[in-house]
Design a protein around this ligand. Structure first.
Ligand code: GLU
Length: 476
């Protein structure tokens, strides 16, 4: 796709990215954007995009949430090349690596009880230090460890370097350096032997050969710990890019208060996937002034440059504007297939009614969502029931003979806009009326509402038979 080389500490390796959601709810907009960036970067370099389900939090992970993620990715068309890999199915592998680290001395058993650890932390806090594990069980050359308490199962801790720094060149945030003195000896396995979150991520990124970790910046604190463990395993480090959060228009973290945050709420509201993708791509990334682009263009541009350091703001109006753009481009038959079930729910009658794709062609210029098309299109597919007061107001005695004249001409006029429009003008001239005087009652009688597209377009689409039938009750 492009001749440039991937930004990488191991630039000769083929690009492998991953999306690693925790299935605890739905696919939210932030997750979808992370997935999009990881997917596009892999596509840019002809690499591999891996889907990994981080389901080790048994209390919060559900099969429904996994399905919601898969559905969301599918709707967006973010096809993974490998996976989904489930962490819960990789427990043996994590245990194996823990065993190897214990053997190699890069991890150790710690028998301090949770109460003892809390007491250590309390002491350090009181001394004005950063609370951390004090290394009681950390083996060092020449150090005698305490006697192993009976009946206590140990945790396994990673032997974090005591001195020096961890440093990485974050693709988004630039250089980040953390002192090892700031870091605990991380628990990598619980007393029952189950591995902990950061450890599973490390083993997976290593085993799956991930070259570029693109994720939300809520994970930036995990990165130095993960790098230290990767180094202890002798792994090649991936390149990290921590993308800032998506905020609501009020600057607060995006939440339900700001509207739908689940990606799958958007198809339900009548958004097109290509609009959502285009919108998400611009949240925290730019390519000059380009606002509207295809995923093919995005993949050809997206090389991890031009990612913003500051949080992006979610703007529902802009999403609606982009959706309107893609609705205008969309094939009318495709939109009809989306609109029809919605209209059926609303009781639409498609017998002896205008062709739905043609109606959509007339209506789609002015709507922001597919659902709005469905609402607007109903005027052609239900028996009009105009408000009596409006009818009295618009269907005056002066208009009655003109309407009869119009109805009579309807029987013979050639049925297209080009002939209908001059015919209406002839009726107006003959009865000395102005356009709204006939168009308004016609709208009411034919559709039950005053707001419709141009009357000649409405007439043409409704068809001769339906027009004559709908006018019949008003002809004396
Ligand atoms: N499972 C984490 C989440 O859903 C992502 C972990 C990662 O990308 O390293 O937030």
């Amino acid at each position: 796709m492009t001749a440039s080389t991937p930004a990488s500490t191991a630039s000769s390796k083929p690009v492998r990215t991953r999306f690693a959601p925790s299935p605890t709810g739905y696919l939210h907009l932030g997750g979808a954007r992370t997935a999009l960036f990881s997917w596009a970067y892999a596509r840019h370099f002809g690499g591999t995009f891996v889907l990994r389900i981080e389901d080790t939090d048994l209390e919060r992970s559900t099969p429904e949430a996994v399905q919601a993620i898969v559905d969301g990715m599918q709707w967006l068309g973010l096809q993974h090349d490998e996976g989904p890999f489930y962490q819960m199915r990789r427990m043996d592998r994590y245990r194996e690596v823990i065993g190897q680290m214990l053997q190699a001395g890069t991890a150790y058993h710690c028998y301090s009880s949770p109460e003892e650890v809390e007491a250590m932390r309390e002491r350090m806090r009181a001394a004005g230090e950063k609370p951390r594990y004090d290394g009681t069980w950390r083996p060092e050359p020449g150090k005698a460890l305490p006697p192993v308490p009976a009946d206590r199962k140990p945790v396994v801790r990673f032997k974090n370097p005591l001195d020096g720094d961890v440093s990485w060149d974050d693709v988004v945030k630039g250089n980040i350096t953390i002192s090892n003195r700031e870091m605990d000896d991380l628990v990598i396995a619980r007393p029952d032997g189950t591995p902990t979150y950061n450890f599973c991520v490390v083993v997976d990124d290593w085993d799956m050969g991930i070259t570029h970790v693109i994720r939300g910046d809520d994970h930036v604190n995990n990165t130095p710990r993960q790098i230290n463990i990767l180094k202890a395993l002798g792994a090649t480090l991936p390149l990290y890019g921590h993308v800032p959060m998506i905020l609501g228009a009020d600057g607060e973290k995006l939440s339900k208060r700001h509207g739908a945050v689940s990606v799958m709420d958007y198809p339900a509201q009548g958004y097109l996937p290509e609009a959502m993708l285009n919108y998400l791509a611009r949240l925290g990334w730019s390519h000059g002034d380009e606002e509207i682009f295809s995923m093919e263009q995005f993949c050809s541009w997206f090389d991890l440059d031009h990612l913003s350091k500051s949080p992006a703001q979610f703007n529902p109006e802009k999403l609606a504007w982009i959706n309107n753009h893609y609705i205008k481009l969309a094939d009318n038959a495709r939109l009809a297939a989306m609109v029809k079930p919605l209209m059926e729910q609303d009781g639409a009658d498609f017998s002896n009614a205008p062709d739905l794709p043609k109606v959509i062609g007339l209506l789609k210029e002015r709507v922001n969502t597919v659902n709005e098309i469905a609402t607007a299109a109903m005027l052609f597919y239900r028996r009009p029931a105009p408000d009596a007061a409006l009818l009295t107001q618009h269907f005056t005695d002066a208009v009655k003979p003109a309407l009869a004249d119009f109805a009579a001409r309807c029987a013979t006029v050639e049925w297209n806009k080009e002939s209908l429009s001059p015919m209406i003008k002839e009726v107006l001239a003959a009865h000395q009326l102005k356009m709204p005087q006939i168009a308004m009652p016609l709208r009411l009688m034919l559709t039950g509402q005053l707001q419709t597209p141009a009357i000649d377009a409405v007439l043409e689409l409704l068809g001769r038979e339906a027009v004559i039938a709908r006018l019949q009750p008003y002809l004396a």
